[in-house]
Ligand binder design. Structure first.
Ligand code: ADP
Ligand code: MG
Length: 322
């Protein structure tokens, strides 16, 4: 199959059609019409085989994750996803693989009504670059730089699951009876199919918060908020939200260092001023979103971790490519 046959067969006629796409796939550029008064939030992430996903990952899961991690960046700004482009480098024109890939991609694109408006198709080692655009109001977009001393620190969902999922796939864990097949499946699914917290991000634009999505490990990502805001943070480890699967995996003796430095959670970590906490929490809960307060913004320059009142030294850093 030629490059152009591939484009026509797999990328051109996806189901999401939006009125704001004046010209989609097929010309030199897409032409897109943003809503008046809105600001565009734009983000790109690349996934490379063997680096961002194990080489054994299915085509469907690779595509799902490639889009999900980009949507997670929009979520962390409180943006509403609209358009996506897809640059894909393929070792061969395997139509069965591409069919499965687009199945995973379209499943998530349809869920969030994001239109595939362009991209690039090349021959080479497997790599996927997704670029997403969403809409925000410039004055309520969630930045990293707006945390204030005294704010509570929150995280959605649970953390640490995906890293155990990765260890399971790489055969790096010892299994024991409490950690069931169900628990394993849960962790692997958290790795392969992250839930971009788009709704949470949108709801949080009503509050004076700072936010980031947790992709490289909670401690490293919270540290980005601290650096950008010129503050410090205290995290109370006993308050970290651990899934039932993770609690069973650790047999009630969590490896905090691993949990705090594990990547691929794609939850939102955010701060919230004291006086807005109860309103923020009830809005999120009424929308079915789980959040936990895990600590407090303090004056300082870095993230300190406490366990039952004692300072704990966590020296493991988050993921870093270089
Ligand atoms: P150009 O030569 O101008 O870069 P291409 O021949 O690469 O154009 O692509 C033709 C059209 O197909 C363009 O509209 C481009 O955006 C789109 N396209 C190419 N690859 C993809 C892809 N993987 N996903 C979505 N659209 C794609
Ligand atoms: Mg091209």
């Amino acid at each position: 199959m030629s490059e152009f046959d591939l484009i026509n067969q797999f990328f051109k006629n996806t189901k999401v059609n939006r009125d704001d796409v004046l010209l989609g796939i097929g010309d030199d550029c897409a032409m897109l019409s943003p809503p008046p008064g809105k600001t565009l939030a734009v983000s790109t992430d690349t996934l490379i085989s063997g680096v961002h996903f194990p080489v054994t990952t299915s085509a469907e899961d690779i595509a799902y994750k490639a889009l999900a991690v980009n949507l997670s960046d929009l979520a962390a700004m409180g943006a509403t996803p609209a358009w996506v482009s897809l640059a894909i480098s393929l070792p061969d024109s395997d139509t069965k693989w591409l069919d499965a890939f687009m199945h995973g991609f379209n499943e998530l694109a349809e869920q969030f009504n994001v239109a595939l408006v362009g991209g690039d198709t090349t021959h080479g080692a497997l790599s996927i670059t997704v670029n997403v655009t969403g809409f925000v109001d410039a004055d309520t977009a969630l930045r990293r730089s707006t945390a204030k001393v005294g704010d509570g620190i929150f995280v959605t969902g649970s953390i640490g699951d995906a890293s155990i999922g990765l260890d399971i796939i790489l055969n790096k864990i010892n299994t024991h009876t409490n950690f069931t097949e169900e628990h394993k499946k849960f962790c692997v699914n958290r790795l392969n199919r992250p839930d971009a917290q788009v709704l949470a991000g949108q709801l949080l634009t009503e509050f004076s918060i700072a936010a980031i999505d947790v992709s490289d490990g909670l401690k490293a990502d919270l540290n980005h908020i601290c650096k950008a805001s010129g503050v410090g943070a205290v995290v109370n480890l006993e308050k970290l939200p651990l899934s039932e699967a993770l609690q069973n995996f650790y047999n009630h003796q969590p490896d905090w260092s691993n949990i705090l430095s594990a990547g691929d959670d794609y939850e939102l970590c955010f701060t919230c001023p004291k006086e807005q906490i109860s309103e923020m929490q009830s809005l999120l809960v009424s929308n079915g979103i789980k959040t936990n307060c895990i600590g407090k913004i303090v004056s300082g320059i870095d993230v300190k971790c406490m366990l039952d009142g004692n300072l704990i030294n966590i020296d493991k850093n988050g993921y870093n490519h270089f």
